[in-house]
Design a protein around this ligand. Structure first.
Ligand SMILES: Cc1cc2nc3c(=O)[nH]c(=O)nc-3n(C[C@H](O)[C@H](O)[C@H](O)COP(=O)(O)OP(=O)(O)OC[C@H]3O[C@@H](n4cnc5c(N)ncnc54)[C@H](O)[C@@H]3O)c2cc1C
Length: 500
């Protein structure tokens, strides 16, 4: 029987995507979204900030505290943008805003092509090679080229019964220890703010794991072999793929928050959806007699939905479940804390503050982390990719990410200390910033450790048993994957089994 009432716990990207898709799939069901913060969107947060305290709207910059650009390869996100833009809005002005505010970065632009890496082994940031000549002659090419060229000739070396391993162990096995420590750790810093020695390769980079299988032991050979054709899921993409042709990354004029705001706007129009911000869920229990749930909320009320979708961080969910609820693995993965620092500088007419490009990543320190290290995971050159978000062309916008696997002290976050490290990395003396915004995000990104997929399969199996009977779904960044695409997709999948 289709659900009569659904409670969606959490109003971040996953919760909003769930409510959006559930409301279309079950137009007769009453859907309620409960979010602890008054603001919906969770870690997605885009703020427009006036420059020099000026009241003029022309003089402002857009600062992201969470995700800042999206890749067009995630069809669920494109679908969401397309459906929301294509007319579910009653109010056509908002609709036009969303469509006309799309910002795309072509694959051919320097912001798409040039990515850098900083290592104390070399002075300044080094370009990650993209051309044959840079592969041959750049310092990073001297690590990259032999690692990739030798990989097909390394013997097949996955142990027969291995079902998962860390990203570092996988890359070291196939491409060598140096490659894994330099490129693998930097990539994992940039995407997961995690230690590549702990992150599950099957969860984080399934295409690598599958390529090794397809290539009978060689990842490079696997990528050269055609993939087995899978039945393609249907997505309502409208004319969005046309707009995304040859696009490397995209965002919106008012940032990624445009997407969550558009979802909130859309959901508020729907008669069968209610959004409650500033409401914490404090308890969750399945009542075996009434066959309904008991969802306790901070106002001391109890709701009785027939179905529940939890998008809460898993340790938070464990905390609100009754002690007798035997759901496994909710506290298996730690969560990384990340500090995001937005910096806006006056542009210099005499010298650029950074080269044109997307930004740079920092690999893990080769001698182990010490408190004297910067704790910087990477830095994004926002002005290169998304300059059109800002009304002033006389500024340079950077975003620095610190922390993740490395402990951060208040000294690490002192602005002169950050500027000193950045100046050293970029090889320029950075001027006094016009704006500094520091966001300390506690436990914001789940670290999906080795064996994660098997643990989540056990969790799903437990949810099909009593007292849950398949009516509680647990999704969100800590279950399927942390990217915006993963979160939107898991919201899209929520409740699919409830149709029968
Ligand atoms: C700094 C940063 C940068 C990122 N950059 C990128 C990027 O560039 N690209 C990309 O693809 N991904 C990026 N991500 C990842 C992505 O943004 C997140 O994984 C995603 O937004 C998580 O969404 P979510 O809804 O699953 O969780 P959350 O955003 O954590 O939402 C959970 C919601 O639950 C609510 N909640 C918590 N407890 C309760 C309770 N007891 N009762 C009711 N509500 C509760 C919270 O208020 C919150 O709104 C980034 C993440 C961070 C933190």
């Amino acid at each position: 029987m289709p659900p009569a009432s659904i409670a969606v716990l959490g109003g971040g990207l996953t919760g909003l995507s769930s409510a959006f898709h559930l409301s279309r799939r079950f137009p007769e069901a009453q859907i309620i979204v409960l979010n602890k913060q008054t603001r919906f969107g969770g870690w997605v947060r885009s703020d427009r900030v006036q420059l020099n305290g000026s009241g003029e709207t022309e003089s402002s910059v857009l600062l992201e505290a969470g995700p800042r650009t999206l890749r067009p390869n995630s069809k669920p996100v494109l679908e969401l943008a397309s459906i929301v833009a294509e007319g579910l809005y009653q109010d056509q002005i908002h609709l036009l805003d969303l469509k006309s505010s799309l910002i795309t970065v072509p694959k051919t632009s320097p912001a798409a092509k040039n990515r850098y890496l900083f290592s104390p082994e070399w002075p300044g940031i080094q370009p990650i090679p993209t051309s044959f000549s840079s592969l041959l002659f750049s310092p990073l090419g001297r690590i990259l080229l032999p690692a990739v060229a030798r990989e097909p000739f390394r013997p097949r070396n996955r142990p027969p019964h291995l079902t998962d391993e860390s990203v570092n162990s996988f890359l070291a096995r196939r491409f060598g220890v140096k490659f894994a420590a330099m490129f693998g750790s930097a990539l994992v810093h940039g995407i997961y703010a995690a230690d590549s020695r702990k992150l599950s390769v099957r969860t984080a980079f399934p295409t690598l794991w599958e390529a090794e299988e397809r290539g009978r032991g060689s990842v490079v050979a696997g990528f050269l072999r055609p993939k087995k054709q899978k039945v393609e899921e249907y997505y309502e993409l409208g004319d969005v793929p046309e707009a995304m042709r040859d696009v490397s990354v995209y965002s919106f004029k008012n940032g990624i928050g445009t997407l969550t705001e558009a979802l909130v706007h859309d959901l508020r129009q729907k008669n069968n959806v209610k959004l409650y911000g500033g409401v914490s869920v404090t308890g969750l229990r399945a009542n075996p007699i009434s066959k309904k749930f008991e969802v306790s909320i901070s106002s001391n009320e109890t709701l009785h939905p027939t179905h529940v979708v939890s998008t809460l961080p898993l340790p938070r969910l464990r905390h609100i479940l009754s002690p007798s609820a035997h759901l496994p693995h909710l506290t298996s993965n730690p969560y990384s804390s990340v500090t995001v620092v937005n910096l806006v500088f006056p542009a210099s007419s005499s010298f650029p503050l950074h080269p044109a490009g997307f930004g740079y990543l920092v690999p893990r320190p080769s001698g182990g982390y010490s408190s004297h290290d910067s704790g910087i995971l990477g830095c994004v050159f926002d002005s290169s990719a998304t300059a059109s978000q800002d009304s002033s062309r006389d500024v340079v916008k950077l975003t620095v990410m610190l922390g993740g696997p490395y402990p951060i002290s208040p000294e690490h976050l002192e602005v002169p200390t950050i500027l000193r490290h950045l100046s050293y990395h970029l090889g320029v003396q950075l001027p006094e910033p016009l704006i500094v915004r520091v966001h300390q995000h506690q436990e914001c990104i789940p670290m999906l450790g080795v064996g994660h997929l098997d643990r989540m399969a056990e969790l799903r199996a437990a949810l099909h048993r009593e007292p849950w009977g398949g009516k509680l779904e647990i999704i969100g960044a800590g279950v399927r994957g942390v990217s915006v695409g993963d979160c939107v997709e898991s919201g899209r999948e929520a409740g699919k089994s409830w149709t029968t």
